[in-house]
Design a protein around this ligand. Structure first.
Ligand code: FES
Length: 155
């Protein structure tokens, strides 16, 4: 039986079950549960009247498919062309150096996970990244270090 208080249910109540709400719903679920389990994917597919494969496709496009628990803060750096051309590589280097992890890894204190993603809709203000569901734009190596420090100082 479906748990009425599941994260998916909460997300759907918040955003709705129209197709264009799929991304916010997935983002919400990932922000709460840190990853999408097979059961969650199946539940999302049921609610949105889509096949699990379609949901899987969207989730993997945005790097929302994790098979393991991620850090408290999941950083997703846009790797799509506008951001790539506006200096994404230098942003990634600054993140890797500051966090001492590579793309795909989680810091040993499980605070940060560093990932790449496809376009997150801030192309005109790239380079851009998400930290959980918070977007940061017009990034410079200095700015990402400041952003990280803000998260490091949170208790
Ligand atoms: S290309 Fe990076 S946000 Fe669109």
């Amino acid at each position: 039986m479906m748990n009425l208080d599941s994260t998916v249910t909460v997300a759907v109540k918040k955003f709705g079950a129209e197709r264009e709400q799929l991304l916010p719903v997935l983002q919400y679920v990932v922000s709460k549960e840190k990853w999408l389990s097979e059961d969650t994917l199946a539940e999302v597919a049921r609610v949105f009247d889509m096949s699990a494969a379609e949901v899987y496709g969207v989730a993997s496009f945005y790097s929302f498919l994790d098979t393991e628990a991620r850090g408290e803060y999941v950083i997703r750096v846009c790797r799509t062309i506008s951001c790539d051309m506006s200096g994404k590589e230098a942003i990634m280097e600054a993140l890797q150096k500051t966090l001492r992890i590579s793309v795909g890894e989680t810091s040993s204190d499980r605070k940060f996970t560093l990932l790449e993603t496809n376009c997150i809709g801030w192309c005109a203000e790239g380079p851009a990244m998400l930290v959980n569901d918070e977007a940061y734009t017009n990034l410079t190596p200095e700015k990402v270090v400041e952003v990280l420090q803000g998260y490091m100082n949170r208790t």
